[in-house]
Design a protein around this ligand. Structure first.
Ligand code: PMP
Length: 345
């Protein structure tokens, strides 16, 4: 992969915004900051946040076995994914490949950035990438392939072979979305970043860490890729309160681990109980914190649940997902209420 060739020309030549405090970030002595037109009155958040989010990155780097300069943090994964489009895809010329049924934002971001979205369906029998078809779909303007593993909404992980094949035969970036990796029995691909310079991995604080409300997404890649993304990210994209909350949760890993264990145990129970419901025709195996089920009539069952005060996701409009509902694993009490409600429909 030639990184320089992948980057949009205007990004190569542009000057990044230099935030007021960048130049002084390594000073140890207590400074008087009269440089950023902030309010001088202390209230905990009167100062701009650290634009490089160094404390959060330091902890993540330690815990995930990567270097801090291989991490980009964004306002949710959605922001880091958007930055990828803006660095690597020339509007009205380039294309990306996505594999429906999958997370909808890849396609939305492609549209938003005037980038063609070439869709290659997952295989109908096991929701795996059709690597041969994908490789035939690539042309000289294909910049990224989006793989979501475990995949939303199907819940399965992609085979190691298909991921390796795509990384090895594609000259652009393979973006592996690991939003749900903490619920999976399969390992993260983070350890492979050294081996594959065209691999980009995204994770998030929104799922296993329980922090969807702080909007913090993580992108791991080579230091070279991260440095280009840093050039265009909004200077203060993560606020102080979010950074503090992320730090708190990263120092309390036992709670996160216990919750993951509970969600996985609940999922096991739910998978069994769901099959006892007469109109549920199929439950799909799940490596995530949700279960995809096939029912007799998704629209009808969705509305019936809604009347009982339970909101699930109707995924029927996605290819290969006719009459499918996606159900997040809740607390044990919520899951029991769901099962009780389903049994009365
Ligand atoms: N990736 C996948 C596969 C998702 O399902 C979601 C959210 N549902 C996201 C990314 C978005 O994550 P964030 O909250 O970090 O924007």
């Amino acid at each position: 992969m030639n990184l320089d060739k992948l980057i949009r020309n205007n990004i190569k030549t542009m000057q990044p915004y230099s935030s007021a405090r960048d130049e002084f970030k390594d000073f140890e002595q207590k400074m008087i900051f009269l440089d950023a037109n902030e309010s001088p009155f202390e209230n905990g958040v009167n100062r701009y946040p650290d634009p490089q989010q160094k404390s959060v990155k330091r902890l993540l780097a330690d815990q995930k076995g990567v270097h801090a300069n291989q991490i980009l943090l964004g306002n949710g994964s959605d922001e880091v994914l958007d930055l990828l489009f803006r660095v690597f895809c020339e509007p009205n010329r380039d294309n990306v490949i996505t594999l429906p049924p999958t997370y909808g934002m890849y396609g939305v971001l492609a549209n938003l950035n005037a980038v063609e979205n070439r869709e290659v369906l997952l295989s109908a029998d096991d929701f795996q990438p059709q690597t041969e078809v994908i490789l035939k779909t690539i042309d000289t303007n294909t910049k990224m392939i989006f793989l979501c593993s475990p995949n939303n909404p199907t819940g399965n992980s992609f085979s190691k072979e298909s991921i390796v094949t795509l990384i090895q035969y594609f000259n652009g970036l393979v973006v592996l979305d690991e939003a749900y990796i903490d619920f999976s029995e399969n390992e993260s691909w983070l350890a492979k970043l050294k081996e594959y310079p065209n691999l980009v991995i995204t994770q998030t604080f929104s799922k296993a860490y329980g922090l969807a409300g702080i909007r913090m997404g993580i992108l791991y890649a080579s230091a070279e890729i991260i440095s280009v993304l840093n050039k265009i990210k909004p200077p203060y994209n993560l606020n102080n309160l979010s950074q503090q909350k992320a730090l708190e949760v990263l120092t309390e890993n036992k709670t996160t681990d216990d919750r993951i264990t509970l969600i996985k145990a609940e999922k096991k129970v739910l998978l069994k109980q769901l099959l006892e419901v007469k109109f549920i025709q199929k439950t799909y195996p799940s490596e995530a914190n949700y279960i995809l089920i096939k029912v007799d009539d998704a629209h009808k069952r969705y509305n019936q649940l809604l009347e009982k005060g339970i909101v699930v996701r109707n995924r029927s409009n996605q290819p290969l997902c006719k009459n499918c509902l996606r159900i997040s694993i809740g607390t044990p009490e919520e899951n029991q209420l769901l099962i009780n409600a389903l049994k009365t429909l």
